[in-house]
Design a protein around this ligand. Structure first.
Ligand code: HEC
Ligand code: HEC
Ligand code: HEC
Ligand code: HEC
Ligand code: HEC
Length: 457
């Protein structure tokens, strides 16, 4: 009896939504943020019963946590809100934070959310229902929602509560939130544009193909997808699997915050030409830094916060370390943002996070006073950007100074590390430190012969 009752409720609920849909279906015009509250978003918990696997993948993603994660939360409530309450010029920008970091709250709450309690009435994060009722964007970044509340999805011929939408399958769909311009008119996030300009963008290999495949990354250039059912209908203790699909999109959205993901992301390789030092004892070699797997620059996203660096060591068999120098050498006193420690703000911004002299890949934003700023809303200018382009293989040159006439084995070790944000930033916001992740490493033992031009001992 209980089972039948639940089934009836489901059917009734279905009919109820269908009637509602019909009254709207004559007018497919999407509703923008200015017309909020027409549609009541459903909680992701609601979807869990039938879309169990998708929910499990989603619940730990950065989308589910884009509001609750400690660094956003600290920055928003400790820095942004107090400032917006004092400075009306900053108010609109402060409100916009939630447009991307908690769109359901943004759509329901028209004022500035200034306490966690105000947000707590709605589901935070980028939710299932938000993503699946999105049908477009207006010019000003407003969302276009599908007013019928039918869940937009990639499957053809699905149930009453969902309908096919091609919009979910384009780069724009992800891209509009992953690009941001600040109140100072500065482009502070450009993952979407970076992708558009890349070979991936040009051949329309979209964000979803990499970030929503089974591994969240291309393996040997190929995207392998999950297959199976997208839903189960749970009626009491009976679970009825729905139709099987060959291709399903995974909802874990791994990125810079997932260590295992980063560990596979890039690749480095030594390039050694000569087998001996020159007549001054200098031995030159190179490293290829390979970003072929990412569809945008690396680091991307919040590129003001993210740091990636290449460090190299050279060791003789007896353990002697030879100092490794980046080429071309920088002049003493010159400002060079691509070398850790070679710009005036580095000691404050980077502290001891990055070994001095490492090659840094970063973009540098400065505030109105010309100081490097990790707070994108303070930034007025982007003064430097040497990040790896999508699909790029960058070549770096190094040299070591060897004792005259050196012969024997040398072990070259290189590692590429990634840090989501430096400890100076974590300290400022009073959140736990981020740990650097090794995104690639390579070791090579080379056997050097004595340079015939140098006198033997
Ligand atoms: C950031 C936006 C986003 C969020 C959050 C999101 N989805 Fe999706 N979902 C997508 C996209 C995009 C696709 C389809 C990709 C394509 O076809 O290219 C998809 C596909 C699906 C599908 C079709 C089957 C499949 O796996 O391909 C279902 C069902 C679905 N999502 C349910 C959910 C549920 C339930 C949640 C929450 C637990 C959720 N989605 C959260 C964007 C999202
Ligand atoms: C009572 C069970 C049930 C609940 C609850 C439910 N769904 Fe579904 N949903 C289904 C079934 C069944 C399908 C069809 C699956 C198929 O075709 O394989 C489906 C399909 C979908 C699709 C695919 C649509 C398409 O055409 O591509 C999306 C997207 C989706 N649901 C989103 C959601 C979201 C978001 C929630 C929560 C707000 C939710 N669903 C809650 C049962 C449910
Ligand atoms: C060719 C595959 C590919 C495509 C296409 C792609 N990405 Fe990525 N993305 C990666 C890889 C690889 C990484 C680095 C490893 C990781 O963080 O997952 C990454 C990282 C990211 C990060 C974290 C970056 C950081 O430094 O903090 C974000 C955010 C992101 N991608 C969003 C997107 C968006 C949005 C799109 C579409 C506009 C997109 N990606 C297209 C492969 C891709
Ligand atoms: C409503 C806005 C919105 C949409 C639409 C959206 N994202 Fe995001 N996404 C975010 C926000 C906000 C974060 C950052 C959460 C954080 O770190 O605080 C994020 C985080 C991510 C991350 C994790 C980055 C990391 O550093 O770990 C990836 C990967 C990603 N998104 C990919 C996608 C893809 C692929 C799509 C399209 C299917 C998409 N996003 C659609 C807002 C959005
Ligand atoms: C247009 C959409 C958008 C707007 C507006 C926006 N963000 Fe974000 N934000 C994102 C996305 C997407 C990411 C993730 C990028 C990445 O993974 O590197 C992000 C990342 C962050 C991060 C890093 C989080 C982490 O986990 O590493 C912080 C902090 C942050 N945003 C704060 C803010 C604040 C404060 C505001 C308002 C002043 C704001 N954002 C406005 C889209 C947006």
């Amino acid at each position: 009896m209980k089972k039948i009752f639940i089934l009836l409720c489901l059917l009734l609920a279905a009919c109820a939504t269908d009637t509602l849909n019909q009254s709207n279906s004559a007018d497919p015009t999407p509703v923008s943020a200015s017309n909020r509250l027409l549609y009541k978003y459903e909680y992701s918990e609601m979807c869990r019963g039938c879309h169990t696997e998708i929910y499990e993948q989603y619940k730990d993603s950065m989308h589910a946590n884009s509001f609750s994660n400690p660094i956003f939360n600290a920055q928003y409530f400790k820095e942004v809100v107090p400032r917006a309450l004092k400075d009306s010029k900053f108010l609109a920008d402060a409100r916009k934070c939630l447009m991307c970091h908690s769109p359901v709250v943004y759509m329901n709450y028209s004022g500035l959310v200034s306490t966690p309690q105000q947000a707590a009435n709605y589901e935070s994060g980028v939710t299932c229902d938000f993503c699946h009722t999105l049908s477009g964007y207006a010019d000003n970044g407003d969302y276009l929602q599908n007013p019928s509340g039918k869940k937009q999805g990639p499957l053809q011929n699905t149930t009453h509560h969902a309908e096919y939408s091609g919009f979910l399958q384009v780069g724009d769909y992800c891209g509009r939130c992953h690009n941001a311009t600040s109140h100072n008119g500065l482009e502070v996030k450009s993952t979407f544009y970076e992708w558009q300009e890349s070979s991936f963008g040009k051949r329309n290999l979209v964000c979803q193909e990499c970030h929503m495949n089974k591994f969240g990354i291309l393996k040997n250039g190929i995207a392998e997808f999950q297959s199976g059912v997208a839903a189960h209908l749970n009626i009491g203790s009976i679970s009825v699997d729905q139709k099987k699909h060959d291709k399903l999109y995974t909802h874990a959205f791994p990125g810079a915050h997932s260590v295992s993901q980063l560990e596979d992301a890039l690749n480095i390789e030594f390039r050694v030409g000569s087998r001996s030092a020159d007549d001054k004892g200098r031995f030159a070699f190179g490293i290829f830094v390979n970003n072929e797997r990412s569809g945008h620059k690396m680091p991307s996203g919040s590129s003001d916060l993210r740091f990636m660096w290449l460090s190299v060591t050279a060791k003789a068999e007896d353990g002697t370390q030879f100092p490794v120098t980046l080429l071309p050498k920088i002049r003493r006193g010159a400002v060079d943002y691509s070398v850790a420690g070679a710009s005036p703000d580095d000691s404050e911004v980077l502290g001891n996070d990055v070994p001095l002299g490492s090659r840094l890949y970063r973009s540098v934003f400065v505030d109105a006073k010309g100081h490097q700023s990790l707070f994108h809303y303070d930034a007025v200018k982007n003064v430097f950007d040497n990040r790896l382009n999508a699909g790029e293989i960058r070549s770096e040159a190094f040299e070591i100074k060897l004792p005259k006439g050196f012969a024997g084995h040398i072990t070259l070790s290189a590692s590429l590390s990634y840090l989501a944000a430096p400890s100076s930033y974590a300290k400022h916001l009073d959140v736990p430190d981020f740990k650097p992740v090794t995104v690639a490493s390579h070791k090579k033992i080379i056997s050097l012969v004595a340079n015939s031009a140098t006198p033997r001992k």
